[in-house]
Design a protein around this ligand. Structure first.
Ligand SMILES: [Zn+2]
Length: 80
């Protein structure tokens, strides 16, 4: 599973305005994502941290085997 699959499974939400539409470069994780609603830029790290609880909840739903895969993917994202 590619790390971007996790991000697609979870609806990431802008911590500033609550928008869920972002512009990003799927091929380069170093490029900041931009909220389409308020225009605020976030690093992937910032957005992942801001959505920590949503990601945890989604992983819980995915079940134990998927959880192991997801945990590996999240570690690749720098999620500790
Ligand atoms: Zn926003």
């Amino acid at each position: 599973m590619a790390s971007s699959d996790i991000e697609r499974r979870v609806t990431l939400i802008c911590p500033v305005c609550g928008g869920d539409q972002f512009e990003s470069d799927e091929h380069d994780d170093a490029v900041p994502v931009t909220c389409a609603a308020c225009g605020r830029k976030f690093s992937r790290d910032e957005l992942t941290q801001a959505n920590h609880e949503r990601i945890e909840a989604e992983i819980h739903k995915m079940g134990e085997q998927a959880l192991e895969d997801a945990a590996k993917d999240l570690r690749k994202l720098g999620f500790k």
